[in-house]
Design a protein around this ligand. Structure first.
Ligand code: PMP
Length: 440
């Protein structure tokens, strides 16, 4: 498909009449629990825009929640998937395997942190992969307990709901949750004013030692930068100290890089920033340009602990998704998208910090690479202003800018543009936000 005009173009109100019609049909046909951030129905997307059924062209600061990192319908992905589609669509890797799966495993073993011997297993979603990382860690350690952190998000399946911290909307009414899941305090420099990562790691380790015990603990599961929890970047030293404690205590250190992986943060993986080498790394989202794929990659001896037949699933590592992933990884490397993510981060951070200097409601501007957030607060405090956040997001949507919110307190605007977005759209989106903040 030819590249869409890279412009914001509004020809109706947002949402337009066709979107409203579809939204009424959605309400009648789709379970209410499946919500939509913006009831604007897409027909095409690439570069930095999403075009809707009414012909409006919106600036994309969301990438379908950090998925279309290489761009929507990225040319290399389209070609690879079309070729695979014409060859075969499915055999089930557990029945008659195919080389795409093996090649994705080889690629992930090569590009994930650490140069030790690795193995990979493929799944369909981030949550499914996190669950499997826990299964693998339990099988290897022959222990059961799992530690997750305050503000964590790991998914919506039963075990991952237990790992996820926030009640609404993820958990309320859906219990009972899986057992042997414990929660430790995280490092949140803006809220706890503790900038020393070693101190915050010690605080977490004390809770783990006192309330769980390393002798019972199979795995520590952590997002190197928290996603849904509010783009919380831990203080430097926090992750390395936790990883070291895990190594010293026979605990599997699992990095959930579902949101942060694949160049998003200006490194191939967020763990790379501090040279942290996780025992297991969980990836999804950006891995396959929008096709459903997820992976657990890690130390060969841990990954090989489960018995033959103990891991798998009908669709895990589907051939189309594998073809897409190989094209994504190639695109990231050949187009140097790690550098592009850093450039986007620099541009956004500089602009947002300038806005913050003049507007004290921007309590914190943080993030890394193309994963940037603004925390909105009552001026001069860290008291969350969720209402302002909602109003700014709604105004942005009405003006054709796709932005998402996040955070335990619902007061974080998060920006996850595709790395294929041109600078002029980034700038236009930030100009819009500036104008909206002035009026809000
Ligand atoms: N872990 C993290 C860090 C995530 O951000 C997400 C999705 N937002 C998940 C796990 C769950 O992934 P999925 O929605 O593909 O199951």
């Amino acid at each position: 498909m030819p590249q869409l005009p890279q412009e914001r173009r509004l020809i109706t109100a947002i949402p337009g009449p066709r979107s409203l019609e579809l939204q009424a049909r959605k309400t009648a046909a789709v379970a209410r629990g499946v919500g939509t951030v913006m009831p604007v129905y897409a027909v095409a997307a690439n570069g930095g825009v999403v075009v809707d059924v009414d012909g409006n062209s919106l600036i994309d600061f969301g990438s379908g929640i950090a998925v279309t990192t290489v761009g929507n319908s990225a040319p290399a992905v389209v070609t690879a998937v079309q070729d695979q589609l014409a060859a075969f669509t499915h055999t089930c890797f557990m029945v008659t395997p195919y080389d795409g799966y093996v090649r994705v495993a080889e690629a992930l073993n090569r590009i994930t942190p650490g140069d030790h011997a690795k193995r990979t297993a493929l799944f369909n979603s981030g949550a499914e992969a996190v669950e499997n990382a826990v299964k693998i860690a339990r099988s290897f350690t022959r222990k059961q307990a799992v530690v997750a952190f305050d503000h964590a998000y790991h998914g919506r399946t039963n075990l991952t709901m237990a790992l996820t911290a926030k009640n609404q909307p993820y958990k309320s009414g859906f219990g009972p949750f899986a057992g042997e899941v414990y929660r430790a305090p995280t490092s949140d420099p803006f809220r706890d004013h503790e900038l020393d990562g070693a101190v915050t790691a010690r605080r977490a380790i004390e809770v783990i030692e006192k309330q769980v015990g390393a002798e019972n603990l199979a795995a520590v599961v952590i997002e190197p930068i928290q996603g849904e929890g509010g783009f919380v970047v831990p203080a430097p030293g926090f992750l390395p100290a936790l990883a070291q404690w895990c190594r010293d205590n026979g605990v599997v250190f699992v990095a959930d890089e579902v949101q942060t992986g694949f160049a998003r943060t200006g490194d191939l993986f967020a763990c790379d920033h501090e040279g942290v080498v996780p025992d297991l790394i969980v990836t999804a989202k950006g891995i396959a340009g929008g096709l459903p794929l997820a992976a657990v990659t890690g130390r060969a001896e841990i990954m090989d602990a489960p018995h033959v037949g103990g891991l798998g699933g009908t669709y895990g590592g589907n051939p189309l998704a594998c073809a897409a992933a190989l094209a994504v990884i190639d695109t990231i490397e050949t187009e140097n998208l790690v550098d592009r993510a850093r450039a986007i981060g620099d541009l956004m951070t500089e602009r947002l910090k300038a806005t913050q200097a003049a507007d004290k409601r921007l309590g914190d501007v943080r993030g890394r690479g193309a994963m940037i957030a603004v925390e909105l607060v009552a001026p001069g405090t860290n008291e969350p202003d969720a209402d302002l956040t909602r109003r700014v997001a709604a105004a942005a949507h009405a003006q054709g800018l796709i932005v998402l919110t996040c955070g335990t307190f619902g007061n974080v605007l998060r920006f996850l543009p595709p790395l294929s977005i041109p600078d002029q759209l980034l700038t236009e989106g930030l100009d819009l936000l500036d104008a909206i903040l002035k009026e809000s």
